[in-house]
Design a protein. Structure first.
Length: 192
């Protein structure tokens, strides 16, 4: 082979290698499309459950705050109450001084809450359209804890509460939060 032919052969060989390096083969494209399709099949159904996760966030918030009120009553040796407002779709954690419940005057302090009150609005976006429903707490809309953390029937009473339940409903699911008599133990049941 002459020198001229050898250089022509080498330049053709390099041109072929360069063209291969610039594009994708059909097999590479099919592999990428398959991976993207599989990823989309896994992600899209979980995106539909975001609404359910937000309703569950509302449920967790109520459970945590009821438990907090119970522990706060025990820690400060004072009565505490969680007052639910179904029409306003919120609840307030309050002190119970002098045997009366006044969520506006006696709300616990919360630097993030409206007017620095410990009031949780379930209309917020983070709760995904959750609504309070069927509140039945010892015949009323408040759960009261005495200084020992036990649920009681009314402020300054020694009669233990019958407990009760609160339902939280959203567009995709519904939950019932049960508060046990005598102990105040909180449990959650999904109704759908």
């Amino acid at each position: 082979m002459t020198r001229h032919m050898r250089s022509k052969f080498n330049s053709t060989k390099h041109a072929v290698q360069r063209s291969r390096g610039r594009g994708y083969t059909l097999i590479e494209m099919l592999i990428v499309i398959t991976i993207l399709g599989t990823s989309a099949a896994m992600v899209i159904p979980s995106m539909g459950s975001v609404g359910v996760l937000r309703i569950q966030a509302a449920v967790r918030s109520v459970v945590a705050d009821v438990t907090f009120a119970q522990m706060d009553a025990l820690a400060y040796q004072e009565e505490r109450a969680v007052v639910f407002d179904e029409d306003g779709n919120f609840y307030t954690l309050t002190r119970v001084p002098g045997g009366t419940i006044d969520p506006d005057a006696d709300a616990l302090f919360d630097p993030k809450g409206p007017d620095q009150r410990y009031r949780v609005m379930l209309d917020e976006d983070r709760f995904g359209g959750s609504f309070l429903r069927d509140i039945s707490l010892n015949g009323g809309t408040a759960i009261i804890f005495d200084e020992m953390g036990a649920p009681i029937a009314s402020p300054s009473s020694s009669t233990l509460s019958d407990g009760g339940s609160i339902q939280i409903q959203g567009p995709d699911s519904r939950f019932r939060i049960d508060i046990a008599a005598f102990t105040g133990r909180v449990s959650v049941v999904q109704l759908d």
